[in-house]
Design a protein around this ligand. Sequence first.
Ligand code: AMP
Length: 284
Amino acid sequence: MIVQTRDELKTAIAQANPQTLGFVPTMGALHEGHARLFAKARTENELVVSSVFVNELQFNDAQDYANYPRDLDADVQLAAQAGVDIVFAPRAEEIYHAGMPLIRLNSGVLGELYEGASRPGHFDGMLAVVAKLLHLADPRQGEYRAYFGQKDAQQLALIRRMVADLDYPVQLRSVPIVRSPEGLALSSRNALLNAEELRAALVLHRAIELISGRAARHEPLNIDDALGLFQMEPLVELDYFVVVDPNTLQELAFNCQDTPFTGQGLVLVAAKVGNVRLIDNQPI
Ligand code: AMP
């Protein structure tokens, strides 16, 4: 079932009267990564609700917003096949019914790092819509769970903090990154890449694999070697490649030639391939 207004969503959830509700927010152009979230929500809940909404507030670049892939018919079909009961596909006026929000969430220091540094306002805008959507899909009774992908690791960390800091009555669940057979992290934006760019984009995964392999063998990471891989791909413009603490997201100093890697980390990478910004990550 597809619903477009807040009232329709509320009525549909009330009528289903579920003991357990799983909610999966998305920006559409759905792929196998989203399907994995739907599948997990399906196995754990009586009712599965997903939203498809391209949130202008989290785009710091108007062209990126205009170019973002949209295909609601295909999305509804994929969601239904993956077991989603209700797709909420609101228009912007429905979400921002009182006009653009005057009261904003501030993503704090965590939101200023990495993606936040390169995309000013991105995380504040993301939190603004996730905060609203979590209210709109709230069943107000029974168990309420929301599902997010580890693909957007910094986003997930921020949503965890928001839910804790603002006492949202929802349990968060996450799923690992779903990749193409060649290793490219699936993303709606991959549809904007041509064949040559798709090939070049594999360097993100190659660089992560190089570093995660060394970490698994407790070798020195020598991150400069990963940076070198990017220099060999003229179509790819690296933004950042860092190893961070998985909890605080603060950068770890593991770049020494002779310090073996121990403990835990998270590799975070972002790069532009042609005009398309891609991110990837991997726990090590
Ligand atoms: P998006 O539509 O890009 O805003 O993503 C909606 C949700 O799907 C977010 O929680 C993403 O982290 C998740 N997601 C997107 N791509 C993937 C992927 N390749 N693997 C796992 N989760 C993903």
